[in-house]
Design a protein around this ligand. Structure first.
Ligand SMILES: [Zn+2]
Ligand SMILES: [Zn+2]
Length: 142
């Protein structure tokens, strides 16, 4: 079975990763073809396999045909990781998104992001410092 969904593309070096946007999430409502992204775009999206973070803009989102995953199979979904920058006394709050299996433990997803340690520019001319105790992961309903 296939369905038409909104898919984001990450141009990660030579290859391109796709991720299926949730129908309804803080990123916007995508349950019909007319809806536009809302919320805070562009979003930061982390490619876990390569440890690279990308800015995804709404023009990188397209309608595409995707395979529907039967319930119980290892489905991947978009995870939202909220964190606080641990650089000195920075404490700024940011959100990064990534793709991971839906049934993972949120703490494990936090560890994966921590291990990937992507380079993200924070405000104040420094690079974001991650601290596992100041990170919270949750998967967004597909
Ligand atoms: Zn990649
Ligand atoms: Zn900071």
């Amino acid at each position: 079975m296939t369905e038409i969904r909104r898919v984001g593309k990450l141009p990660c070096g030579e290859i391109e990763h796709g991720f299926v946007l949730p129908r309804q999430s803080p990123l916007g409502i995508f349950d019909d073809q007319q809806s536009q992204p809302k919320g805070t775009w562009p979003i930061a999206f982390l490619c876990l396999p390569h440890g690279l973070a990308w800015q995804v803009t709404p023009d990188m989102i397209h309608l595409d045909t995707v395979q529907t995953v039967p319930p119980g199979l290892h489905e991947a979904s978009v995870w939202q990781v909220e964190y606080e920058c641990a650089h000195n006394n920075c404490g700024r709050h940011w959100t990064i998104y990534t793709k991971h299996s839906t049934d993972a433990d949120p703490d494990y997803v936090v560890l994966r992001v921590l291990n990937a340690n992507p380079t993200i520019q924070c405000e104040g001319e420094h690079v974001v410092v991650f601290d596992r105790y100041r990170m919270k992961a949750q998967h967004l309903e597909s």
